[in-house]
Write a protein that binds this ligand. Structure first.
Ligand SMILES: Nc1ncnc2c1ncn2[C@@H]1O[C@H](COP(=O)(O)OP(=O)(O)OP(=O)(O)O)[C@@H](O)[C@H]1O
Ligand SMILES: [Mg+2]
Length: 237
């Protein structure tokens, strides 16, 4: 089971955003993609999950070509995208939102619901609460929990820490680590480069729709360019 992206270009109408990029997620890996605002990170994830069609290149997952596959079919391959900004169903309860995550399944979900509540005790306490009244951190937990009920093989997360307080960010990252330790591959887009690379096996730096740097996460964390641009370190001491 691996994701392999070759020479991928994509954009919106005449606007080309992704400019021929290569990226792969190997079995069991957690991969982080970092980059400035507008670099094309979300566009990359939308293209992988079939919401945008590539203009060139190929996306292969578990031996299947995704680039012409409808988005709902991609979900059925086990590739689950948690988009930026959480998109939960605010009028539905926590439990109903989680059940929506299981819509592609025909088997019983009780055990998986228990697992998600085990991972997110806050959601268990609030299972009948309307999702729209959850805090930002709780909504992010719900979005991830809902994705887990689709039984992802590859979980694609777009800035799960966005707008959250440091303590909640830390618990979200711990949960991502746990999910990964259960054998789910993870592709994580983050502004929070230090923590994202801290979790990742490998990382990619995306700028202007191109991969400008890639390698083992610890090498990226040590690299001068990453430290200067993404970890807020000045070269002048
Ligand atoms: N629906 C759209 N129509 C036209 N252009 C878009 C659309 N969505 C994004 N873009 C443009 O594509 C470029 C990349 O946007 P994208 O959202 O992929 O960046 P990003 O790296 O995720 O940024 P951020 O860190 O701010 O989330 C930007 O210049 C943006 O304005
Ligand atoms: Mg984005």
């Amino acid at each position: 089971m691996r994701l392999e992206i070759k020479n991928l270009s994509a954009g919106y109408g005449p606007i080309q955003v992704l400019q021929g990029l290569h990226l792969r997620v190997e079995p069991g890996e957690l991969i982080s993609v970092i980059g400035p605002n507008g670099a094309g990170k979300s566009t990359l994830l939308r293209t992988i999950s079939g919401l945008i069609r590539p203009t060139t290149g190929s996306i292969t997952f578990d031996g299947k070509q995704l680039e012409k596959m409808p988005a709902d079919q991609i979900v059925r391959q086990g590739l689950i995208h948690v988009p930026e900004g959480r998109r939960i169903f605010s009028k539905l309860s926590v439990l109903e939102n989680l059940e929506m995550g299981a819509y592609t399944r025909r088997d019983a979900i009780a055990k998986d619901l228990d697992d998600v509540f085990g991972l997110f005790p806050r959601l268990a306490e609030r299972r009948i609460q309307k999702a729209g009244t959850l805090s930002g951190g709780e909504q992010q937990m719900l979005a991830i929990g809902r994705a887990l009920l689709s039984k992802p093989k590859l979980l694609v997360l777009d800035e799960p820490s966005m707008g959250l307080a440091p303590l909640i960010v830390r618990s979200i990252f711990e949960i991502i680590q746990k999910i990964r330790s259960q054998g789910v591959m993870v592709l994580l887009v983050e502004q929070n480069a230090l923590q994202a690379l801290g979790l990742a096996d490998r990382g990619y730096v995306l700028e202007n729709g191109r991969i400008v740097l890639e390698g083992p996460a610890k090498d990226l964390l040590a690299s001068e360019a990453v430290r200067r641009s993404y970890l807020g370190e000045s070269l002048v001491h």
